[in-house]
Ligand binder design. Structure first.
Ligand code: ADP
Ligand code: MG
Ligand code: MG
Length: 351
């Protein structure tokens, strides 16, 4: 009998639509001949407002790619009855409430295996301050940064200037102000002056209780995909190029604004070092199954700095993660199959 794969998609974050696209690509891969005899898709759609829907509606969103929002008679987790019908979950949700350990906690409590990192790996991978602390412990080089809270930013007006002074003297301009727990560059600003810094801190504080400010670097952006649980493998290294000031939301999601280059045109030694660092980063946050690890390569000095790990990276047919593996010899349908097998291998979840 076929293994029932609970494809969990949509979600409450700003990356709702990306999640639908990722789920559609995964569904298509599960319908390919070599997978169709092994797996049966059980779609579960989380609306933008957080309500869960299974059955025909979820199926319809998966087929059409169009978000759905039923307003009346809603109950959260309405489709939990269908949970018993699932043998393994494939959560393909990006950002808060999906990539951050919350869903992973629920699935752990359900005692059903799931694809990807557990609670700790997901949470550490999502929070940029906690992530950087874990990388620091592992000895991975990264930009200088300072973690802050919303309370500090919105504190009494006598304290705020001191905070800005500290940031200026520690990090200089330009620096990057970010909400600590987001993705897709949402809420991120590159700032070049005191007034921009003040505005950016205020803006980022409206997204998250925790904020991070980082020294800006001028660098090429390289990415490496990891696959595995305890025995992990790194893909070839890819590069993202674009014309905009930085890799912001618009550049990420407007067709034609950014280009992927696989493999990146970099010296072998650089690519090997990035693969090593990506494997270390994966272990440092206790990730599992998959992750995409992103780097800054300062060509002028040869420095390689880790930027971040994404434990549920974009997974559409044109996304970097599956493309890196396709180039490294694992086609999309096989990648999906391997990820499900890695989920089963890890069960029962031991963390
Ligand atoms: P997200 O998790 O939203 O992708 P990132 O930390 O990766 O957030 O930042 C998004 C983009 O902003 C990066 O891909 C890069 O273009 C730019 N950026 C972020 N931090 C820095 C930095 N310290 N120096 C230079 N560019 C940066
Ligand atoms: Mg990210
Ligand atoms: Mg990023």
């Amino acid at each position: 009998t076929n293994l029932r794969v609970g494809l969990l998609f949509g979600g409450r974050s700003g990356e709702h639509q990306v999640s639908i696209s990722s789920a559609r690509a995964i569904a298509q891969a599960l319908r390919k001949e070599q997978n169709a005899s092994k797996y049966k898709i059980q779609p579960v759609y989380i609306q933008q407002n957080g309500y869960w829907l299974g059955g025909e509606v979820a199926q319809e969103v998966l087929e059409s790619g169009i978000p759905y929002l039923e307003v009346e008679n809603m109950q959260p987790w309405r489709s939990l009855a269908e949970v018993a019908e699932v043998d393994v979950w494939f959560p393909i949700l990006h950002g808060p409430n999906g990539e951050d350990g919350t869903i992973q906690g629920l699935l752990t409590l359900m005692q059903i295996p799931f694809v990807g990192s557990g609670v700790l790996g997901s949470a550490l991978g999502m929070d940029k301050i906690a992530m950087k602390m874990a990388f620091e412990q592992a000895g991975l080089p990264q930009v200088k940064y300072k973690g802050l809270t919303r309370a500090q930013v919105w504190s009494n007006p006598c304290v705020f200037p001191k905070l800005c002074d500290e940031i200026e003297s520690a990090l200089n301009y330009p620096c990057f102000v970010k909400p600590a727990n987001l993705g897709s560059s949402v809420g991120i600003a590159k700032v070049r002056s005191r007034s921009e810094l003040e505005a950016a801190l205020d803006h980022a504080a409206s997204y998250d209780r925790r904020l991070i400010v980082e020294a800006g670097v001028v660098a090429r952006e390289l990415e490496c995909a990891i696959l595995g649980n305890d025995q992990t493998k790194a893909s070839v290294v890819g590069e993202i190029t674009f014309d905009s000031d930085f890799y912001d939301y618009e550049t990420k999601y407007t067709a034609g604004k950014a280009d992927l280059h696989i493999p990146a045109q970099i010296p072998d030694a650089v690519s090997q070092q990035i693969q090593d660092m990506a494997l270390q980063a994966f272990a440092a946050v206790d990730a599992a199954g998959l992750a995409r690890v992103d780097f800054f390569y300062v060509e002028a000095t040869g420095e390689i700095l880790i930027n971040e790990i994404n434990t549920l990276p974009g997974f559409t047919a044109t996304s970097m993660y599956p493309q890196l593996w396709a180039y490294s010899g694992i086609p999309f349908p096989e990648l999906v199959d391997r990820l499900i097998q890695l989920a089963l291998e890890r069960y029962p979840i031991d963390s």
